[in-house]
Design a protein around this ligand. Structure first.
Ligand SMILES: Nc1nc2c(ncn2[C@@H]2O[C@H](COP(=O)(O)OP(=O)(O)OP(=O)(O)O)[C@@H](O)[C@H]2O)c(=O)[nH]1
Length: 302
């Protein structure tokens, strides 16, 4: 059998439904869906196997207009994901249509999209009537020559399977990037890290929304059926450590408790969660997370 493997970048405005679609296509709660906007950053979110193809999904931050320095870094990261991917899927919300943000993305695609395979996924079709959908499909395709248009409802599952089959066909002939037996384990670690990060984001609000990342370092199945999970919360600066820890450690304790409860409920068994906070400057630019997974995302494997 000829193996195929490649990267797919999902792009779109915040709240377009990228995480929901990912969960559909990967088949697990890989990206935690939240109502808070801009919770995701460029990184590997899940791996789907379809026939001979391995599809590695890269989730990107919302491509919004940068206001602050850090926002610009996020947007740069998102477009970096676009440049590295084999296929790009632009997600648009059917009921919102061509917003200013979408306009900006289309303009940028016109600049960087040449020679790339870019598909359009119009999401949330459950929220509009058919004529609106047809008009929007036409308008968008007039604006950019998309390789294909998918009309989907990520939440209800419509169209997600067709998109997945189409993507699988477009993966380059390459050996699989992940050994098959690792796949089951990989999303679980990511899910757990994502749960903790979400709790931190909710708790810290505006204080340091994007400047931290969580990694699951160790996962141990215990004889009594419980799981021992060690995670590291990386912050960008020394000063942030104190914020994450909180007064007498109360913030990290509350986060740990909330994340442990959610993970435990998700797994249906007891979880012991241990969080450590470490400083790692410039994590946003680091490609370390990819190489840790056996992938060198920046240097050509993509
Ligand atoms: N009605 C409807 N709602 C949807 C659909 N897909 C996603 N949603 C909702 O849209 C909201 C945003 O979805 P997410 O998947 O978190 O969006 P996202 O693009 O990953 O957002 P960021 O993480 O901010 O980039 C959630 O409340 C979803 O439940 C859909 O097909 N129909």
């Amino acid at each position: 059998m000829t193996q195929r493997a490649g990267f797919v970048a999902l792009i779109g405005e915040p709240n377009a439904g990228k995480s929901t679609l990912l969960n559909r296509m990967v088949g697990a709660k890989v990206s935690i869906v939240t109502h808070k906007v801009q919770t995701t950053r460029a990184r590997i979110r899940g791996v789907a196997i379809e026939g001979d193809s391995q599809i590695v999904f890269v989730d990107t931050p919302g491509l919004f207009q940068p206001k602050r320095r850090l926002d610009r870094a996020m947007v740069a990261a998102a477009w970096g994901g676009v440049a590295d991917a084999d296929v790009v899927v632009l997600m648009i919300e059917a009921h919102r249509g061509i917003t200013k943000g979408v306009e900006a993305i289309l303009d940028r695609l016109a600049e960087v999209g040449t020679g790339r395979t870019i598909a359009l996924a119009i999401n949330k079709i459950d929220r509009v009537e058919a004529p609106v959908l047809l008009g929007l499909t036409k308008d968008l395709n007039d604006r950019y020559a998309f390789a294909e248009t998918f009309l989907i409802s990520a939440e209800k599952g419509h169209g997600a399977h067709d998109l997945r089959l189409w993507l699988a066909d477009r993966m380059p002939e390459e050996p699989w990037l992940y050994p098959e037996d690792q796949i089951a384990d990989l999303p679980m670690r990511m899910i757990a890290a994502e749960m903790t990060r979400e709790k931190l984001t909710l708790r810290l609000h505006q204080e340091l929304p994007y400047q931290l990342t969580v990694e699951t370092e160790n996962w141990e199945e215990r004889k009594d059926g419980s799981a021992k999970v060690d995670q590291i919360v990386y912050v960008a600066r020394d000063g942030h450590k104190g914020i994450v820890l909180g007064n007498r450690g109360e913030t990290i304790k509350a986060v740990s408790k909330a994340a442990r409860e959610e993970l435990s409920e998700f797994l249906g068994r007891k979880v012991h969660l241990f969080l450590q906070v470490k400083v790692r400057p410039n994590w946003l630019e680091e490609s370390e997370r990819y190489s840790e997974m056996g992938l060198d995302f920046k240097d050509g494997n993509a």
